[in-house]
Design a protein around this ligand. Sequence first.
Ligand SMILES: [Ca+2]
Ligand SMILES: [Ca+2]
Ligand SMILES: [Ca+2]
Length: 383
Amino acid sequence: MRYSHRPASISVGSPITYTLVYTNLGAAVAHQVTITDVMPAEINNASVISAGAIITPRAGSRFVWDVADLGHGKGGVITITALVSSTFAGTISNTAYVATETYEQNLGNNTTGPILTTVNVPDLRISKQGPANSTSSQAITYTLDYKNIGLATAHQVVITDLLPSELISASVTFSGAITPRVGSRYVWDVTDLAPGASGKITITAIVNSAFSGTLTNTATIASATYEQDMDNNTAGPVLTTVIQVPDLRISKQGPANSMSGSTITYTLDYKNIGFAVAHQVVITDLLPSELISASVTFSGAIITPRAGSRYAWDVADLAPGASGKITITAVVSSTFSGVLTNTAYIASATYEQNLDNNIAGPVLTQVKAPNQPKIYLPLVLKG
Ligand SMILES: [Ca+2]
Ligand SMILES: [Ca+2]
Ligand SMILES: [Ca+2]
């Protein structure tokens, strides 16, 4: 007896077909023949088709048949189609035997020997990257990478990454075929993932300005298909420490045009638009040397001229929302004409993330010389 068909490997939950072929090769009739197929427990929902000799399932036994007497050259084919358990991975072993009450000499060909079939499963894996540190009101980016590193296709794959509520205004980009699940903002249905198939999801969101502390974020991938290793189906938690920082901003106004010898006025406006106090704030506005006799007034935060520096001021600690104004009035040298260039800066000993708005200007002022007095000569007419 032999199996004529035996797949070497199948995917979990797939149907499997065994075909048993048996023949009486001897000269005499074999009586009380039985065929037994020791079917693995992982095989279910079997259906049996028989051709050739009449077989009768033996009551109370699975896959044991009584076979009608077999004359010389007589036999048959039994085809068993079944489903492999949807939760089995590994190797299934199947052995069939044929026996008769009639004496036979060669028993070596009465068994098929174990037929080994590997049952493959998918293995979904997900990983997640995110920043270890961030500041409130800033954008942070998480990256999810997922892949089927198993040997069978994963069906009905779902990725879930519930963002912390402190993250707002999220936007998502992705590679691979995923579909946001209706009604769930951070759940995606993924098309069937064949072995080796992978994708990436990138989530960018803003940290709520009022938040400081630790953001915790975990992503999971799941499938309706059985897989053995579930340890790699969860990524994270990614922990991000969020601190609140100040954000100093300065702007500067000045005239676009002036005249030699005229008085011009610059106005500096500054504010802490961040979410933490800024300490040791310094404002610097080095006037061009062509400006003389400068005078300074201020409102808002207390400022103190820094000793030895004419246009640098130490500013009292600036709480969130605190602001001030500095007004500088100076006279343009009467011998100067051309372009005055003037830039102001604000800085702090406290960390701030956005430094782009810590510089104001340059403010450019075109200075023209006054018109020279014109000389008119008398016109004399001679006749
Ligand atoms: Ca035999
Ligand atoms: Ca897995
Ligand atoms: Ca700033």
